[in-house]
Design a protein around this ligand. Structure first.
Ligand code: GLN
Length: 201
């Protein structure tokens, strides 16, 4: 079955995510309201600016819709600003967040000289091919909880992590041509579909 994955389209880099999700085997749709989030199997929260994103989300009911999505077995993927939103703790500067993923992040943490950079990291469980990564004023993950699995690392520091059905990356996978990360999220989301199918009489 083809999962329907929403991309939160309030701010930031959402169009490229929808394209990447389609290429990775999902139906990609833009979500701007809680009602739209209620209709998807998974949701990508794109990079952008997390303070702006929080302001736009206030009073929208979308945070609750995301909690409900996880409650019904859906999956969530936050990239960059999206990862900041999902984190349990946010520093530099501190800001409120949803606490759906047990990590601590430090914003804009690569310093001015290397604010944005592109590179490649060892593919790890994604296979032997190195994985291209694009960082834009990226946060750093400073702590991961015991239930959090590191899927990709840059010089020993986690840059893609997962806890249950919550995935978060500090880079922008939608800006590189490699679709392995989006494919992994599509698979994570599709597991919900498989469980729902199995329950049907
Ligand atoms: N620096 C941004 C923030 O703190 C995140 C950057 C990004 O999403 N590319 O929210």
């Amino acid at each position: 079955m083809t999962p329907t994955i929403g991309v939160l389209a309030l701010q930031g880099d959402f169009a490229a995510h929808a394209t990447a999700l389609e290429a990775a085997g999902a139906r990609g749709v833009e979500c701007r309201t809680a009602a739209e989030v209620a209709r998807v199997d998974g949701l990508v929260i794109p990079g952008g600016e997390s303070t702006t994103l929080l302001r736009l989300l206030a009073g929208s009911g979308i945070e609750q819709a995301v909690r409900d999505l996880l409650g019904r077995g859906g999956a969530v993927f936050g990239t960059c600003a999206g990862a900041i939103l999902l984190a349990r703790e946010v520093a530099a500067p501190a800001q409120s967040s949803w606490g759906l993923l047990d990590i601590a992040v430090e914003r804009n943490a690569y310093g001015r000289q290397v604010e944005s950079f592109e590179g490649a990291v060892p593919g790890g469980r994604f296979g032997p091919e190195p994985l291209p990564v694009v960082f834009i004023r990226a946060p750093r993950i400073r702590r991961v909880g015991t239930d959090v699995e590191t899927l990709l690392a840059l010089e020993g520091e986690p840059i893609l992590v997962r806890q249950g059905r919550v995935l978060a990356g500090t880079f922008h996978p939608e800006l590189a041509a490699d679709r392995r990360v989006h494919r992994a999220f599509v698979e994570l989301t599709a597991r919900k579909g498989a469980a729902a199918e199995a329950r049907r009489p």
